[in-house]
Design a protein around this ligand. Structure first.
Ligand code: G6Q
Length: 547
């Protein structure tokens, strides 16, 4: 186990940062850049194919020194080593956290409970490869002998957000002869719309659920089985050709009727939100092919190695994590906007919402003591340039400070006239405007009448990261996801919280179970909720009875 650390607010570096913040809080990025003309070149770091410009943060060299000291005092180095050693750092669930093993190359060693898990990981990858090859080349036939043309992934949370995001992000590399759909919501509309134009004879369902007990997924899976059987003449044998499962729960998978040969396993040391590169990524592999899937894993691994070995001052995830702590705890930012200037990354902010908020939305330390500081901020965002025509107004001129991550690529996957230059021009213009704003004097000089001047002033001093990469490839996506994963871990270590449990999500899994029979029972149930909940339940029962 790693050494205990002092409570966050008692760490020397934290106290020094608090004092330091008082001395620099009014410092403007205009001055920081004017005083140091090389700042925009110096405060950058490049690793594993990603370039991070963090110069537009409200920090000085002293801030960074203190943040790095904070990382040392928080035992970040020891905690990183513990993660990679397979220690049970998910304390409340008594589990190792080894998503890094999912992307370790064949031949590497990562030990959990005395066993090297890398060979198991590659056995599953090989089994996935075999399945993907058979479906993609048409040798996997459906019950009626037709080849599979439609893939429907059924899963929710970590068993959905990663697959959806990766499918959208890597659509350019996908086999366009296959149709992909993703069903997550318990709302029947999600399933109905996903299958309405599909032929059951050509449709394969991937039931993705670590536990294979999640209400939404199991309900959707039952509806899928009924839909598939109805379309295929009711032959139970058809299930084996039209359903595969991704799960850790072999017993439940068998009970559902899925052939164990068509089950792809993973392990309790993979958290749901850290599972897109495990068998949960089967739909991704089906879409882009095994080779590109392995390229994505290689990208993840490059960032893992960078995180594990690079000195903190040149370590992308560490720097991003520390700057997020600075913005959150010292500048008082409550949210972070993630703004990918790449249409294919349109689901990336939604994916990051789970990764960041489920991991760091915690109010007690690892020891169960209530924190006296803010932990994980709210993440949100939309692809650029769309957001510029809506919520950017608040980022530029509102009363809240919203640090923003701008993500862009040198090359477009769909070069079209001037589009890409215009897209990049918008990225750079936005970060520039956010940092430097426009003073009243500048506005006046433009001939603006006095009464209008305050409305047209931009305070500036709004921090941002710019992340640049060459081109959106599977490898780059892996690097980018791993960057955020490790930045989230870094923040969790500083805040001394368990970034790998999710008791708030577990609560949601049981809450509704009590109300379901109260809505469905024939006899009038005795309701013992509060008066509002009782009344809502009665109202729905009355509506059902009258319709
Ligand atoms: C992720 C969470 C959660 C989980 C879903 C689905 O870290 O644990 O989002 O992925 O609740 O769970 P199952 O995969 O077990 O259905």
């Amino acid at each position: 186990m790693t050494a205990p650390v002092a409570p966050l607010t008692e760490r020397r570096a934290w106290k020094a940062l608090t004092a330091h913040h008082r001395t620099i809080r009014d410092l403007h990025l205009r001055k920081l850049f004017a005083d140091d003309p090389a700042r925009g070149e110096r405060m950058t770091v490049e690793a594993a194919g990603l370039y991070l410009d963090y110069s537009k943060h409200r920090v000085t060299a002293d801030t960074l020194t203190l943040l790095l000291q904070l990382a040392e005092e928080s035992c970040l180095r020891e905690r990183i080593d513990a993660l990679f050693r397979g220690e049970k750092i998910n304390l409340t669930e008594n589990r190792a956290v080894l998503h890094v093993a999912l992307r370790a190359p064949r031949g590497a060693t990562l030990v959990v409970g005395g066993e090297n898990v890398v060979p198991q990981v590659h056995d599953v990858l090989d089994k996935m490869t075999n399945c993907a090859d058979r479906i993609r080349n048409g040798t996997w036939k459906g019950h009626t002998g037709k080849r599979i043309r439609n893939i429907v992934n059924i899963g929710i949370g970590g068993s959905d957000l990663g697959p959806v995001m990766a499918y959208e992000a890597l659509k350019h590399y996908s086999d366009r002869a296959l149709t992909f759909r993703f069903v997550s919501n318990i709302d029947g509309t999600d399933f109905a719309e996903a299958v309405r134009d599909l032929d059951p004879a050509e449709t394969l369902f991937i039931v993705s659920s670590k536990t294979f007990t999640t209400m939404e997924t199991m309900t959707n899976a039952q509806s899928a089985r009924a839909w598939s059987l109805a379309g295929l003449g009711g032959a139970a044998a058809s299930v084996a050709r039209h359903f595969v499962a991704v799960s850790t729960n072999a017993a439940e998978v068998a009970k559902f009727g899925i052939d164990p040969a068509n089950m792809f396993g993973f392990w309790d040391w993979v958290g749901g939100r850290y599972s897109m590169e495990s068998a949960i990524g089967l739909s991704t592999m089906l879409a882009i092919g095994p080779e590109q899937f392995r390229a994505m894993l290689a990208g993840f691994h490059q960032m893992d190695e960078h995180f594990r070995t690079a000195p903190f001052g040149r370590n992308l995830p560490v720097l991003m994590g520390l700057l997020a702590v600075w913005n959150n705890n010292f500048l008082g930012a409550q949210t972070v906007a993630v703004l990918p200037y790449e249409q294919y990354l349109k689901r990336f902010p939604a994916y990051l919402q789970q990764l960041t908020m489920e991991s760091n939305g915690k109010r007690v330390t690892r020891d169960g003591v209530e924190v006296t500081y803010q932990t994980g901020p709210i993440y949100w965002g939309e692809p650029g340039t769309n957001g510029q025509h809506s919520f950017y107004q608040l980022i530029h001129q509102g009363t809240r400070l919203i640090p923003s991550d701008f993500i862009a690529f040198h090359e477009s996957l769909n070069p079209l006239g001037r589009h890409h230059d215009l897209l990049l021009a918008n990225v750079f213009a936005q970060t520039e405007a956010l940092a430097f704003g426009k003073t009243a004097e500048e506005v006046r000089r433009e001939g603006t009448p006095d009464w209008l001047v305050p409305h047209r002033v931009f305070e500036g001093n709004r921090p941002s990261n710019t992340i640049l990469a060459e081109c959106l490839t599977p490898e780059t996506l892996g690097r980018l996801v791993a960057l955020y994963e490790h930045a989230v871990f870094t923040q969790g270590v500083i805040w001394d919280i368990d970034s790998f449990d999710q008791w708030g999500v577990e609560l949601g899994k049981v809450l509704a179970q009590r109300i379901v029979p109260e809505l469905e029972s024939e006899a009038e149930p005795t309701l013992t909720h509060d008066s509002s909940t009782n009344n809502l339940i009665r109202r729905c029962r009355r509506h059902k009875q009258s319709s």
